[in-house]
Structures are given as C-alpha cells and as structure tokens.
Write a protein that binds this ligand. Structure first.
Ligand SMILES: *[C@@H]1O[C@H](CO)[C@@H](O)[C@H](O)[C@H]1NC(C)=O
Ligand SMILES: *[C@@H]1O[C@H](CO)[C@@H](O)[C@H](O)[C@H]1NC(C)=O
Length: 347
C-alpha cells in the first residue's frame, strides 16, 4: 500500500466518522416526516401496517414509506443514528434529540394555506418547535455545548410538492391569486425568510431540498390516465418542478454570499429520481408507474391499510410505496447519491 493510498484511507475515515457533524435537524413534509403527524389532529397519518413493515422492528412509525425516509439515511451517512426521531414522539427525550431531531409534518408546505388543507403543522410552527428545542437543549447541556451543536449541526429541509399538488392545482384560491410563476416566486420568498430565520437562530450548515419529478408520482399518472393521457407522467408538473428547482438553486447561491459564515447547499433529487423513473430496471426495480401499496394507483394514508389485499409482497421491486411516496429502496438510492455528491460538503 502506497503512502498516498494509506493517507487517503485515513483521510476518508476521519471524514466518514462524522465527528464534525453532531446532529441533523429536519424540517419539511411527508418526504421526511418521522412521525410527528401521529401526535396531531389530522387525517394524514401512516402509523399503521403495512407502513413501516421494512423499518427496524417492522414498526409503523408514521413515516410514509415501507421503511426509512431519506433523512434517516443521511443521518447514518454522517455517522449518526440510522434514523432521525420525531420531535413530538414521547418515546424520545432531549438527550436523544441532541444528535438529531425531525420537525417535519406530512402534508405541509412553504405556504401556510397548504398546511391548512389537512390541518398539519405549518412551517412557521416547525420553527417554533425548533426554538423550544433549542431552549431544552441549553437547559440540558448548558449554553456552550448546546450552541456548538446548534452551529455545527446539518439542517435538512424538504418540502414544496404539496404546495403545488395539494394546494395550487387542487384548490382554487391560490390559482385565482397567482399565476404559476408568481406562485413559485411567492414560495421562494417564504423559503428565503425561513433560511434567514434558521441562520438568525444559529444554523450555519443547511441543505435546501429540491422537488422530485412530481408529475411522475403514481397518483398523477392515474389522473393523467383518467383524463385520457394514457397514464404518462404529467409533463407540466415536471416542468414546474424543474423551474422551481432552478429558482431554489439561485436562492442558495445568493444566500451563501449574503449570510456570512454559512454553508448552504441545494440537494436536488430530480435528476437521479428521473433516471430511476425512466429506467427502473437498471436499478433493479420492476415497476415505476404504479405503487406497491394496494392497487398502486391512488391509495395513500388510511386507504393503504393492512386489510387491502392487493399490496405487493416485495416493496424493493417498486419505485413507489404508495401513490405519493417512494419505497425505502428509492429513498436509499437518492439519499446516498445526494450525500456523495452534495451533502458530504457539509462535513
Ligand atoms: C432520556 O431517557 C433515557 C431513557 O430512555 C433516560 O435514561 C434519560 O435520563 C432521559 N434524559 C432526560 C434528560 O430526561
Ligand atoms: C404564516 O402564518 C404565520 C402565523 O400566523 C405568520 O406569522 C406568517 O407571516 C405567515 N406567512 C405568510 C407568508 O403569510
């Protein structure tokens, strides 16, 4: 073994033990919710079988998948716990949350009006919970240790799909106020003030998550089938996702320049997700147009329960778990790719 190889290995070990990242802190929607919705009054839940059947202990935690969500894999890649616990879950306390905590709520978005649709936790309230967390952390560890965690933690955010699919394109209110371009810019102003709030509270390393090709979610394909488009992806929705991702990427550049001492990255799941959906077989999948759960055409949440006889037996053959959410395998592929290409820069 050459000196250089040895050096590289040692160097990589230092950087994969994750010593520099003490915690991951998660904000967002069902793409990353670890079970906060179990503890609020909403119909949007998934804390029952068959959700979670491939999670540790086969537990239905409230994650919208058969297993782990991307932030769980990312936490593991940073050398932390292989899952991020939900802040509202009474099974965990502040000593657990000191190395990772999730404030995400399925069904939420940047827009307050989106979280109102299914009475879930609005983004501003996720931030309120985060402030409460900071106080508990300081009480528990003292200011010095708590402040070190707060400033060195990686903040992961993932939301926006619901603003378009659950709100803008489903209800009439926002559509009567904004063109689709104006609505994107409206969401972008919220994203900007959200990041600035986190920065003002002490966050320095942030990842802003982009949108997936949301026109290819099985529910949207089913809708396009019903309106006579043969079950193809909704190309308009995909274009909106790409346009919004472009704006988020621009925002990240501006914020890095503006917020001194910050390191902000744009984690864009779109290209890898698109590859998987276009050529599922090259990733070992057998189905990308329909989901594993039930008929795979439209079910999610309470419609995807254990009494449904059609659910697939091996979710790893499917890109999607329910009509709106990827399987654990898809989550793993995308998050490992994002870690390698983008998030490892936050180490
Ligand atoms: C957190 O819970 C663990 C047991 O689950 C307990 O040992 C520990 O003392 C608790 N910590 C605090 C700060 O309450
Ligand atoms: C969302 O609601 C909160 C709480 O009422 C408010 O402070 C905030 O300004 C609202 N955001 C927008 C963009 O209207």
């Amino acid at each position: 073994m050459s000196f250089f190889t040895l050096f590289t290995i040692l160097f990589m070990q230092i950087f994969t033990t994750g010593a520099k990242v003490p915690a991951v802190i998660v904000f967002g929607d069902s793409s990353v919710d670890a079970g906060n919705n179990n503890h609020i009054q909403t119909i949007l839940k998934s804390n029952f079988r068959p959700y979670g059947r491939d999670f540790f202990g086969g537990k239905a935690t409230g994650r919208f998948s058969n297993g782990r969500v991307p932030t769980d894999f990312i936490s593991e890649s940073f050398g932390l716990r292989p899952y991020v616990p939900a802040y509202l879950d009474p099974a965990y306390n502040i000593s657990d949350f000191a190395s990772g905590v999730c404030f995400a709520s399925a069904g939420t978005g940047y827009d307050n009006a989106t979280s109102d649709v299914l009475s879930v936790i609005p983004l501003w309230k996720e931030v309120e919970y985060y402030k409460q967390y900071q106080k508990k952390l300081r009480d528990h560890l003292g200011d010095k240790k708590a402040n070190a965690i707060i400033s060195q933690a990686v903040y992961l955010t993932s939301m926006g799909t619901n603003d378009f699919l659950e709100n803008y394109y489903t209800l009439t209110n926002r559509r009567s106020q904004y063109t689709i371009t104006q609505y994107q810019d409206f969401l972008l102003t919220i994203a900007e003030s959200f990041v600035k709030k986190l920065y003002a509270l002490g966050a320095r390393k942030l990842s802003l998550g982009g949108l997936p090709p949301m026109g290819c979610l099985p529910l949207e394909r089913t809708t396009s089938f019903m309106i006579g488009n043969g079950g193809t992806c909704n190309g308009d929705y995909n274009k909106v996702a790409m346009a919004f991702n472009g704006k988020l990427s621009g925002l990240v550049k501006r914020l890095n320049a503006e917020l001194l001492g910050s390191k902000i990255v744009f984690s864009n799941p779109y290209p890898m997700f698109q590859q998987i959906v276009r050529k599922p077989s090259s990733f070992g999948f057998e189905a990308a147009a329909v989901a594993c759960c039930s008929t795979g055409l439209f079910e999610m949440g309470y419609m995807c329960d254990q009494y449904n006889p059609f659910t697939c037996s091996d979710a790893s053959k499917y890109v999607f778990w329910d009509s709106f959410h990827p399987t654990e395998k898809t989550n793993r592929i995308i998050s490992q790719h994002l870690f390698k290409t983008v998030l490892s820069k936050l180490l």
